[in-house]
Design a protein around this ligand. Sequence first.
Ligand code: HEC
Ligand code: HEC
Ligand code: HEC
Ligand code: HEC
Ligand code: HEC
Length: 293
Amino acid sequence: MRPLSFRLVLAGLSCLLAAWLASGCSDNAKPITPAPVASAPPAAAPAPAAVKPVSYHAAKYDPIHFKPAIEKATDQQCLACHAEVLKPSVRKTSPAGLPASTAKAWYQVTSTYQGEQDTFHRRHLETPLAKQVMNMRCTTCHEGNDPREEAPGSSTFDSGQQILRKMVNPETVCLKCHGKMNVEVMGLPGPWEQSKATFQNNCLLCHAGIRTTRHQVNYLNAKAIEELGAKPNGGDLCFGCHGGRSWYRTHYPYPRHAWPGMAADVPDWAKGRPTESEVRFISAAVAQTGDKK
Ligand code: HEC
Ligand code: HEC
Ligand code: HEC
Ligand code: HEC
Ligand code: HEC
């Protein structure tokens, strides 16, 4: 009994060893071939020979992941290796059999949530709502992070964006659309959920004349936002990015652009606020608004 089973175990082990050796011993040695970009017309697609296979490590530390190269990277370049982030990959049911359609969070049963459960990346880049009101790119959120040193200040790749164990800076990125609504500075009688009826669920009652220079950034479709915001219950759309999906308890300190008729005195709460959007988002904005008009 004993020697036989021992021999079986040995045989099993040597099979594993052989398979391991044949595979090149580790995942890290597998060559990675960036897929040809799907959206390119067939005639312009690169010949297979032109795509050089690169090692896993070389790809992981490809300069495109870090500043300054990431600032100029296009979605196509990122997607050549990361096509999977845009694939619909949500399971229909949990491993225990619970249908995804019955496991919705509170914000997924509001008027601003459409369609079936989808992945995080697709919700920001692929859903009809995302495409209508936003124009996000990989680099809107990803500014480069060191995949090995996960703590701020511990790596030469750290360009001030590295947040402990995170690949994206939530404070400068996510908070813009997922912070709390600043009802105090608006002089609203209470939270929007309670005061929206008084204002006909219409932010434009006030914002047709206040802080009117807004959304002039390359990751938002300013024109579409204003059109949807002006429809009945348009407040739901605006609130969706200004308190309705507040994963954070703090406010984002929005830049305070001057508007016609603005008082000369800067209120205390706004002292020290920038008066322009972040530079990295203004560059292509003018061209984009020009396109849409
Ligand atoms: C709305 C902001 C946002 C956009 C836009 C975005 N990402 Fe991400 N991405 C994230 C966040 C947040 C994570 C998870 C980070 C973490 O765990 O710290 C992530 C994770 C990843 C990962 C790690 C693997 C994974 O799926 O968790 C890859 C690869 C990635 N993103 C690639 C991309 C590419 C390519 C694009 C453009 C097509 C893109 N991202 C667009 C925010 C974004
Ligand atoms: C040449 C192929 C290649 C290209 C191009 C590429 N990546 Fe990656 N990326 C990789 C590999 C390989 C890894 C390591 C994957 C892992 O460890 O799971 C990685 C990891 C990542 C991660 C996770 C980092 C971490 O901390 O674990 C993110 C986020 C990411 N890439 C985003 C991007 C973005 C955004 C772009 C475009 C600016 C991009 N990648 C371009 C191959 C590539
Ligand atoms: C420019 C605005 C904007 C930014 C920046 C932004 N989001 Fe979102 N987010 C949205 C919108 C709009 C939706 C709803 C999309 C939909 O339902 O189709 C959303 C949806 C979500 C959801 C719900 C996804 C689901 O399927 O239920 C999560 C979670 C989320 N965002 C997290 C984040 C995180 C984390 C970041 C930072 C990495 C971020 N968002 C940055 C606008 C933004
Ligand atoms: C009663 C009028 C009123 C209503 C209704 C109103 N706002 Fe405001 N809002 C203001 C005022 C006043 C300010 C501050 C103006 C200033 O900068 O001095 C403001 C500021 C803001 C700011 C910038 C906050 C900051 O910290 O810089 C955002 C974003 C905003 N409002 C969004 C909304 C959205 C979205 C709605 C609807 C869901 C809404 N507002 C409804 C009056 C209003
Ligand atoms: C898809 C998300 C999204 C939607 C929808 C949205 N906003 Fe915004 N809003 C933002 C972001 C992001 C900023 C900051 C942009 C920047 O940095 O200049 C902003 C900035 C603002 C500001 C500050 C303006 C200033 O002085 O710079 C106001 C006011 C505002 N939004 C009101 C509204 C109103 C009113 C609506 C509906 C008509 C609305 N928002 C819809 C994402 C959104």
